[in-house]
Design a binder for this molecule. Sequence first.
Ligand SMILES: Cc1cc2nc3c(=O)[nH]c(=O)nc-3n(C[C@H](O)[C@H](O)[C@H](O)COP(=O)(O)O)c2cc1C
Length: 373
Amino acid sequence: MSVLFEPVTIGSLTLNNRIIRSATYYALADRNGYVGEESVALMRTLAGGGPGLIVTGYAFVHESGQVVPDMNGIQTDEHIPGYQEMTRAVHEKNGLVVLQIVHGGSAAYAASFFDNDYLAVSVLDDMPRYRKQAREMTGEDIEKIIISFGEAGRRAREAGFDGVQIHGAHGYLVSQFLSPATNHRDDRWGGSLENRMRFVLEVVRAVKNRAGDDFPVMIKLGCRDFLEDEPGLAIEEGAEVAAALEREGVSAVEISNGLPFEHTIPTGINTPEKEAYYFPEARVVRDKTSVPLWLVGGMRSLSVMESVVESGVADCVSLCRPFIREPHLVRRWKEGDTRPADCISCGGCFHYTGKGGHRIACRILERRRSRKE
Ligand SMILES: Cc1cc2nc3c(=O)[nH]c(=O)nc-3n(C[C@H](O)[C@H](O)[C@H](O)COP(=O)(O)O)c2cc1C
C-alpha cells in the first residue's frame, strides 16, 4: 500500500490517509461571512471523496480582517449554527474538517504603515476596503485582534470543527508581522525575529486559552518570502518560527510562502520536476523541528507525493486546485486509477468569472460544459 494511505496522528486526531485538502476560498459566503447550504454541500462532496482532512476556506476573525465580500467569517457567535451544519455534513461522511482562521491585514490595517502594492489583500475590485492605505496598528489594535483569534477558536470548537488552522502565510496579517519587509515596528512587536514572531505566538496562546488546550491548533506558515527588491523573511527564520510554534503546542505546520502573493498559486506545473516546489524550504524546517509538517504547492502525481512523505521531510501533502477540478480525487487514486491529477495548474479557478459572476470553479471544465450546452 502507498505510504500516502497510511494513517497519521495530528494532535488528538488520526487521519486515515496523508492527502489533505488545503484551504480553498470558494466565494460562497454572504457579505457578512455567513455560510449556507452551498458551502455545506461542497464540504459534503469533498468529504465523500475521502481526503485525510479538509481545511475550509479562510474565515475572518474580526470584521476589519475581511479580505473579500464572499469569504467565510467567524467573527460572531451567530456564525456558529451555519458551521454546525457544515461539520455535521463532513462527520456524517466520516471526514475531518478544520476551520482556517485569518485576519487579512492590510485590507484594514497592518503591522506597519507601508505601500501595500504587492500584498494581495483582495482578488476583487468591489471591496470597499480594497487598496485602502494601511495604517499601522496600535498596541490596542493588536490586543483586540489577538482576542478575536481566541474567540474564533472557541467558536470553531462550538461549531464542531476538529481543530483550527491559523492562516500565517501569503502576506495576510500574521505573515505581515513575521516579515521584515512589512513589519517596520520598533516596539515589542517588531525588529528582532523574537519580536516579529510574538504576534503569532500570542495568537496560538489565545486560541488554546479559549478553545481548550486539547483542541488541535495548526498553522499554514509562510516560511519564506520571495521578494526581489528587498530582504524578506529568510527560510532559516521561518524554520525558527516553526520550532517556536512547536514549543507552543501547535499540532501541524503546513509549509507555504509569505510574500509576494504571486508565489502562492504558480501556474504551469506540467512536469513532475515542477511539483512540490516548496520541498527545499520544507527540508530546512524539518531540520529544526519534529512537528508534523504538511507540504502544499503543486502536488499532482502520486509518485512525487510518495517521495515527499518517504523522504521524511513532510508527514502529509496538501492540495488545493486539483480538488476544485476533481473533488473525489483521493477516492479515484485509492480505487486504483493512479493517473496524476487532471488539474493543469492554469490558475483559472482563482479568477473564474462565469455566468452569475465571480465564483471558484475549474475554468477548463466550465468551458467544456458551456460548449456542450
Ligand atoms: C481558488 C483558490 C482559493 C484559495 N484559497 C485559499 C485560502 O482560503 N487559504 C489559504 O491558505 N490558501 C488558499 N489558496 C492557496 C492554496 O491553498 C494553495 O496553497 C495553493 O493553491 C498551492 O497549492 P496547489 O498547487 O495544490 O493549488 C487558494 C488557492 C486557490 C487557487
